[in-house]
Design a protein around this ligand. Structure first.
Ligand SMILES: *Cc1c(COP(=O)(O)O)cnc(C)c1O
Length: 400
């Protein structure tokens, strides 16, 4: 079967909730993916930063196979010998005390929101059912009904109401707005340290520190959604480290499993996740031994192969190269580490056509927010591979 055959099948039998580039991937290794005709592409999306460790990392795949042959799922009705080690290793890596494992990112966000509300009622003393959570414009935190209840993206909400109450939205990047929005019922502020789906938006310097201090002063939990920005993507383990803060809760997912299996988690000190008692919250697959083993190896690879440092160094190089391109279309190149957004001018007629042209030349990128091209390759990328991509990116950014 050829690419066209697969595309037709998917169009015919699959729901049309995505608009993918028409590349049908058959196999992948490191930063490279191959379509069914054998053409090779450099992956500059890395599955929305879920494959930070590179596609099919041999060490992660080895653990996946070995664990799959031993035991895959116990449910939390019983214990397994992988989850405790994952929790311990995550705490040692991050400096937090408690881990709650889930599967998808959206589930982990829901978990953090539930923990924040319960903390509000049981610890802060907010009146029953009055808890408020503050989120920012242009956020992305997943697709469940509660999560889209605080989205400001019309398409994500259209046709899906009624929504979950209890959220307030403030403009991203303006700390004073947080101060104004907080009431005695505010239990948490949820924020992406760098907005990914929003177009790789880096907030003004000092924003995270200021909002963090406002939260501290008002006894409000600061929740960092690091599902995309975390685990090395921005050149630090977590993007919040750039401002020297320690959020009350951190939400991780995506690269936590190196793209091999859905694993997400919420991290906090004892006090916050400590509000959950047996039976309060759960998930059949959450904390399963296959996912836990894969996640353990994925974080080990991230650290042992110095991928965080590589992201910092090569991110600077990649941005520098992008800034040197003489293009009539580019408005701004921004980002941290290998989390890079190239914003095009409104006259450029959208980022999609540039992504399609890049695909033809063998570089896979995805537009985000109409006019931003995101460059976020696996963190195992080498300088020569960035140079290979840049030869093609330059041509495409210079086209009419
Ligand atoms: C991807 C993402 C999510 C949702 O993760 P899923 O696994 O797709 O549910 C949440 N927050 C951020 C910042 C993300 O980038």
């Amino acid at each position: 079967m050829l690419s066209q055959d697969y595309i037709q099948l998917e169009e015919k039998f699959g729901a049309h909730n995505y608009h993918p580039l028409d590349v049908v991937i058959d196999r992948a290794e490191g930063v490279w993916v191959y379509d069914v005709e054998g053409k090779k592409y450099l992956d500059c999306l890395a599955a929305y930063s879920a494959v930070n460790q590179g596609h099919c990392h041999p060490k992660i795949i080895k653990v996946l196979k070995e664990q799959a042959e031993k035991v895959t799922l116990t449910s939390r009705a019983f214990r397994n010998n992988q989850l405790p080690l994952l929790c311990k290793e995550l705490c040692e890596l991050t400096g937090y005390e408690t881990v709650l494992p889930m599967n998808s990112g959206a589930e982990a966000v829901e978990t953090a929101l539930k923990a924040a509300r319960k903390w509000g009622y049981k610890t802060k003393g907010v009146k029953d059912n009055a808890a408020e959570i503050i989120a920012c414009t242009n956020n992305f935190a997943g697709r469940t009904i509660t999560v889209i209840s605080f989205s400001t993206e019309d398409q994500y909400r259209d046709g899906f109401g009624p929504f979950t109450p209890g959220f307030k939205i403030i403009p991203y990047g303006d700390a004073k707005e947080l101060e104004k929005a907080i009431t005695k019922n505010t239990v948490a502020f949820i924020v992406e340290p760098v907005q990914g789906e929003g177009g790789v938006v880096v907030p003004p310097e000092g924003y995270l520190k200021e909002t963090y201090e406002i939260c501290k002063k008002n006894n409000v939990l600061f929740i960092a959604d690091e599902i995309q920005s975390g685990l090395g993507r921005t050149g630090k383990l977590f993007a919040y480290e750039y401002e020297g803060i320690k959020p009350d809760m951190v939400i991780i997912g995506k690269a936590l499993s190196g793209g091999c299996y859905p694993v997400s988690a919420v991290l906090s000190m004892k006090e916050v996740l400590g509000v959950f008692k047996p039976g309060d919250h759960g998930s059949t697959f959450g904390g399963n031994p296959l996912g836990a083993a894969v996640a353990r190896e994925s974080i080990k690879v991230l650290v042992e192969e110095n991928l965080i440092e590589n992201s910092f160094k090569l991110g600077e190089y990649f941005r520098e190269r992008l800034r040197e391109v003489q293009s009539p279309h580019v408005k701004e190149v921004r980002g941290k580490g290998l989390f890079i957004g190239v914003e095009l001018k409104p006259e450029a007629k959208g980022a999609r056509r540039f992504c399609e042209a890049l695909m033809q030349k063998g570089v896979l990128c995805k537009e985000t927010h109409e006019n931003v091209i995101r460059f976020a390759p696996p963190l195992v990328i080498k300088k020569e591979e960035i140079d290979w991509a840049m030869e093609r990116v330059e041509e495409v950014l210079r086209m009419e």
